[in-house]
Design a protein around this ligand. Structure first.
Ligand SMILES: [Zn+2]
Length: 171
């Protein structure tokens, strides 16, 4: 059964939107800020059951991709692609899934969701796998590694970062 009219109206209301409230913060309950662009915020999920799981969150409260002007749409997906490249360079996953949902949080965002060697490709994607929580130092290292990788992918090149071994990554 879908949300009631009142429930859905509340979710669509920017004044009550959790992402409007905390997507720009250095840290919130769900994630840690890696970098912000004029269009979006790139955040590392606290749940690292899928190592490298990030979110790209549109700055603006737009509730459906269909409502984005083409320039903003392009900028958003460019940020998503760049985020995927950063995750690729740090974590070397087998595949990255890009998920745009929003039936519980209708503020446009994309889950950048890596699939690794140990993940079963025949299972449906479940962003609530885990949770796996990193130690504060590991979380900080991951944010820095992704931030560095983000910077090196500015021109579109895919560059392997050196020296950083992500927790739980397959070797
Ligand atoms: Zn919002």
């Amino acid at each position: 059964m879908w949300w009631s009219g009142d429930e859905w109206e509340a979710l669509l209301d920017p004044g009550q939107c959790g992402m409007c409230r905390d997507a720009h913060l250095a840290e919130n309950e769900h994630s840690v800020l890696i970098v912000s662009t004029p269009t979006s915020h790139l955040r590392l999920a606290r749940n690292q059951a899928h190592a490298g799981y990030c979110l790209v969150i549109l700055r603006e409260h737009v509730t459906d991709m269909g409502r984005l002007p083409s320039e903003q749409l392009h900028a958003f997906w460019t940020d998503v692609q760049r985020a995927g490249r950063a995750v690729e360079s740090v974590y070397a996953p087998r595949k990255i899934d890009y998920l745009v949902m929003g039936h519980r949080m209708p503020h446009l965002h994309c889950h950048v969701f890596p699939q690794h060697h140990q993940d079963d490709p025949k299972r449906n994607v479940d962003i609530s796998d885990g949770p796996v929580t990193l130690a504060p130092g590991e979380l900080k290292d991951a944010v820095h590694a992704l931030g560095r990788a983000w910077s090196t992918t500015a021109t579109g090149a895919t560059v392997r970062s050196g020296g950083y071994i992500p927790p739980r990554a397959e070797q």
